[in-house]
Design a protein around this ligand. Structure first.
Ligand SMILES: Nc1nc2c(ncn2[C@@H]2O[C@H](COP(=O)(O)OP(=O)(O)OP(=O)(O)O)[C@@H](O)[C@H]2O)c(=O)[nH]1
Length: 355
């Protein structure tokens, strides 16, 4: 009876370490951003990459019910197994209880009978939770539109900046990068190298403090009539209070350079960290006022449910999600697309679509 659950607890291959960006890894990160176009495999669409990237979470959440239970009747055992599955996928206690509560109501009200039907209802309820997070970033209101990027070490800030620069360029916007991670020399080099290769201006300084670099970058962007400034900051843990104070200062200095800014404070979260993401959102929010989230590395985890936990417990607009290291692997979050990628039948599974 608990075969599904056993499958859920089967140890995953070791999760990628949270701090993957040691100095030696930085050039590789630049290469990763560069090499997508030259990759030997045929270029897949975003939907295909999203599905492939979410495959672990999908096995956990989506593939399970329909393929393993099929026409099994809904009963309390099944709901208990579903509860465990949602918790394992890091939906968190609050979102899990909410989802279970809604599913119980629908079980009775809509006279659901089989696990397949329950899975469809789950997809709908998950969509209802996630839809409010879908608030694409509109950078048209200010010039320059100043985006401050924050997060813990190795969450994917610097590489996300490269991807975002490409994304905004593809929308016809000019972009300037502020190498505000003055702590890790390799991060500055990573951005500078990337900027040179892609014709994007990077404002960097040897040494100096983060606030000063970003202040200069904003003034340079104003002088050059740049549309978007992406300001990198050094990684830090919420427990490093002096560093949290330092990033609060960076924010204040941005407001000195442009009283209307920063226009967006993006927190980059590594999806592998699961429920820790909530603590990070809270801590960074109280230090710098988080206005949007980027969730990276959804491809490396079975814990994509953390987005549901965030949506229920600490909702912030989820601007972008990342499912790989390639330059196009970071895209705006669309709740429907995300849920479809989790629940649509795997090719050849013969299971019904659920969303
Ligand atoms: N698989 C995968 N890897 C990613 C994704 N986003 C970023 N990475 C990788 O994560 C590693 C760390 O990324 P960085 O951008 O250097 O992280 P950072 O937050 O700037 O790191 P610090 O400067 O140390 O704070 C790099 O190897 C990236 O290629 C993603 O969506 N999927």
């Amino acid at each position: 009876m608990f075969g599904f659950l056993k499958k859920s607890v089967k140890p995953e291959p070791a999760a990628e370490p949270a701090r993957a960006a040691e100095p030696a890894a930085a050039p590789a990160a630049v290469e990763a951003l560069q090499d997508t176009a030259a990759a030997p495999v045929a270029k897949r669409s975003w939907t295909e990459r999203l599905k492939a990237g979410l495959s672990r979470t999908r096995q956990q959440l989506g593939g399970g019910l329909a393929s393993l239970f099929g026409l099994r009747k809904i009963d309390e055992d099944l709901l208990e197994e579903l509860e465990a599955t949602l918790l394992m996928a890091d939906c968190g206690v609050e979102a899990t209880h909410h989802l279970l509560g809604e599913l119980r109501k629908r079980w009775k009200r809509d006279k659901l009978e089989t696990a397949d039907q329950l899975q469809k209802a789950l997809a709908e309820e998950l969509h209802a939770i996630l839809a409010p997070l879908e608030q694409p970033l509109d950078v048209s209101g200010h010039m320059p539109y100043i985006i401050m990027i924050a997060g813990v070490n190795g969450s994917g800030k610097t590489t996300s900046i490269g991807k975002l620069a490409k994304y905004f360029q593809s929308q016809g916007k000019s972009v300037l990068l502020a190498a505000g991670d003055t702590f890790r020399a390799a991060a500055r080099e990573q951005l500078t190298t990337w900027g040179e290769r892609n014709n994007v201006t990077v404002i960097a300084q040897d040494g100096g403090d983060s606030a000063a670099v970003i202040f200069d970058a904003i003034n340079a962007a104003k002088a050059r009539r740049i549309d978007v400034v992406l300001a990198d900051t050094a990684g830090r843990l919420p427990t490093q209070l002096h560093l949290m104070e330092e990033i609060a200062k960076v924010r204040r200095v941005i407001a000195k350079a442009d009283p209307s800014g920063p226009h967006e404070v993006l927190l980059v979260l590594d999806a592998n960290i699961g429920q820790n993401a909530l603590a990070q959102v809270k801590a960074f929010d109280s230090a710098i006022g988080v206005t949007g989230l980027v969730v990276t590395k959804l491809d490396g985890t079975a814990k994509g449910g953390v987005i549901a936990a965030i949506a229920r417990q600490f909702p912030r607009p989820l601007r972008f999600i990342g499912v790989g290291e390639g330059i196009d692997d970071l895209q705006p979050f669309h709740a429907r697309e995300f849920v479809d990628a989790l629940f649509e039948p795997l090719p050849g599974s013969g299971a019904d679509g659920a969303a």
